[in-house]
Design a protein around this ligand. Sequence first.
Ligand code: SF4
Length: 364
Amino acid sequence: MPDFQKDLEALNRIPAPLLRWYDAGARVLPWRSDPQPYYVWLSEIMLQQTRVEAATPYFERFIAELPSIADLAAAPEEQLLKLWEGLGYYNRVRNLQKAAQVVTDRYGGQLPADFEALLALPGIGRYSAGAIASIAFGLPVPAVDGNVLRVLSRVLESPEDIGREETKKAMGAALEQVLPRTRPGDFNQALMELGAMVCLPNGAPRCGACPLQDQCLAYRSGTTGSYPRKAPKKARRMQERTVFLLVRDGLVAVQKRPASGLLRGLWELPGTDGFLSQDEARSYLAGQGLFPTGPLRDAGKAKHIFTHVEWRMRGWAAPVQSEAPGLTFATPDRIFDELCLPSAFRAYTGQIKAFVKEFTDADS
Ligand code: SF4
């Protein structure tokens, strides 16, 4: 078990310069200007895999449509998924809603001001519970994410693997002892901000702009490129897919993905495993009862990276006249305005309007 108790003296030297730096130039963000618990919670969940610049418009749209936890609890799933479209990791928004329903039933629509009670809610782990408890309620608990671990690994020249849950826990236990009791939320946000803006990943920290230069062992010994330590990730599995843009009478075929597994329950363009040639694609479609009324058009290649798998895709577009079980033919407006198609298909959804026009013009 990693132990950072020996580093308490070094950690104790961080809060004062860090908070001075934060006070002088923290970014103005909507959930900081109005840190009500719902906003802090939502922003922390959105920011788990997304940069602030990308998450901010999503956040603003989300709270405009669902201004309270009760609204979130009662929202139809299709609306929720649409609000999340493009952020990925759709389980996060499903868990947000489950937690909102618990909060509505059990706590009268207000998040509990208690770390353990927050931790017990669906989709809220130690990091999110710490962030909400400290930022929204001023409770002295740490919030240790990848940014924080990277900064502290460099400051302490820590040899511990930051990918291990034990390292995170031990760092949290040590930080809890040095958190400034009067400003725990600001301290946590300042550490996250430093990791996001200055102590950047991939060996590229901007040490010249860092308030912790004097405290940072890696900076002093010129070893910033060697920290943080992290075991290499397992290689992703490659999966080849063929994606179809099928157009009938100005409508485009979409289907729901299965209720379990990757992108569960979301809409998608129909497709199949493998990298099909034009002839193979035509045979595959015929096997589904779909007979293109014209030549298949090449919609190009694309790839999309998920956490554990990478899709290598090729696309074929075709005008069809037939139906096939499981397919829904929808207008492009409905696809863009109402249905949630994950960004994995962006290379092809971006061509929908052009192919609809081409195949419709050809018919007329
Ligand atoms: S001095 Fe450099 S390596 Fe050390 S915490 Fe600051 S930015 Fe990171």
